[in-house]
Design a protein around this ligand. Sequence first.
Ligand code: ADP
Ligand code: MG
Length: 240
Amino acid sequence: MIDFQQVDKHYGHFHVLKNINLHVEEGEVVVVVGPSGSGKSTMLRCINRLETITRGQLTVNGAAINDKKTDINKVRRDIGMVFQHFNLYPHKKVIENITLAPVKVLGVPKAEAEQTAMYYLEKVGIADKAKAYPNQLSGGQQQRVAIARGLAMKPKIMLFDEPTSALDPEMVGEVLDVMRTLAKEGMTMVVVTHEMGFAREVADRVIFMDQGQIVEEAAPEQFFASPREERTRTFLSRVL
Ligand code: ADP
Ligand code: MG
């Protein structure tokens, strides 16, 4: 589903991603951890070409992301992205936030888009907030709306960039629960997070990044019990 081969990325002279090799199969949940500034967001953003790579090959759902002939909008329709800040439209009701892209981008009839929106709001547990405005919702509820909005596009891949980092602690669980359910249902997911419990429990693989490199990649049991690399051990000793 996602395949990085010897990918580099520079911001001007700054070498932010160094020889990234990463392969994500359909239905896999890959959790990316690492210190701030290590390139996690940049790597995620390369997947839907919010950032362009400067060397190597990146293939997503069969399409070469850095090939000029690739229709990037078509690729992006298969990729949902959830950010730390939910980026909901404040002047639109919850349900309108969710139906907007399916109607505008996919040309789904409004009534059908509303049905789909209600289905996903139900799924994330806040169907009763459909007619509310984002600022009437808690942070956890807003993030669940953002996830429902992503899902309403029926993506093949969901990317999460620190989806719980901006939340009050008591709201982290409800968002992770939604993500856990998605993972169980077989969604292909790449999740950048500092929630080590989530990584341990839900990830098929954990990736540790430091200074633009993938330093270590392992199944969660091995990653947490017996990390191979010194840098990983240092990181884990700080966060666990
Ligand atoms: P992480 O998500 O792991 O915290 P980022 O991918 O956001 O790391 O950033 C990696 C490095 O790239 C940081 O040093 C950051 O300052 C730098 N960086 C991020 N975005 C840009 C940009 N648009 N231009 C220049 N440098 C950037
Ligand atoms: Mg980041």
